[in-house]
Design a binder for this molecule. Sequence first.
Ligand code: ADP
Ligand code: ZN
Length: 245
Amino acid sequence: IKNDGMETNCMVTKNKRETKGGFVMKIIMLGAPGSGKGTTAKVLAERTNLPHISTGDMFREQIKKGTELGKLANSYISQGNLVPDEVTINIVKDRLGWEDAENGVILDGFPRTIKQAEALALILQEKGKQVDIVPELVVPDQVIIDRILNRATCSNKECGAIYNTKFKPSKVPGVCDKCGSALVTRTDDNEEAIKTRLEVYRENSKDLIAYYKEKGVLVTITPENPNAENSTEQVINTILEAIKR
Ligand code: ADP
Ligand code: ZN
């Protein structure tokens, strides 16, 4: 596991503030679709007791409910394109106002553009806060495509467990090990949409990575063997160590 972008500063510890519930910590997970950022964010949320805020999950929830926002979002998501900044920024702004976000948050899938990153900086600034750490997961394209094409997600929103029908199958095919709900395939997990999603990520992530590197909060993580069973665990440990510094 490589780790750069952190050597020359101590921004992470500098901005830590103790509160009743623990530390104020705003973490942003960066990584291509299928890089494992969602899985990592979920585990990290459990360990740190911070809420996991995934814009993708929020949009999928709206789509499932059939709301106007869901319909709008779906027209972009199904094609592998980004939902417009204005719409996305608004839902995140609202979510960051919830009480459970006071001690920090783990953002997954947001920001995805510089405009979103700047909006986030402003939202946090109004609360006297800023982004503390930005772990970036780097995983080869072939691993990503293989993963996404074999991805199955638990349909129970409270659970959301993620499986890989090839590398990490559920015990009973199509059924979640943890909660017994049906496993589903995301509609944007098809070859066409994946190609677009990877392109969109590559295009936008360059600027985002430069933006957070410049702020001294980027931690680049390249898992040695991304498909190993303990890979998520290793990534989590690297992040937790970086937080302590
Ligand atoms: P993945 O990283 O695997 O693509 P996500 O669940 O993070 O999965 O996002 C799924 C889709 O939701 C994206 O392809 C995009 O269309 C939309 N989306 C999620 N987050 C954002 C965001 N911050 N800005 C714009 N669109 C977003
Ligand atoms: Zn489940």
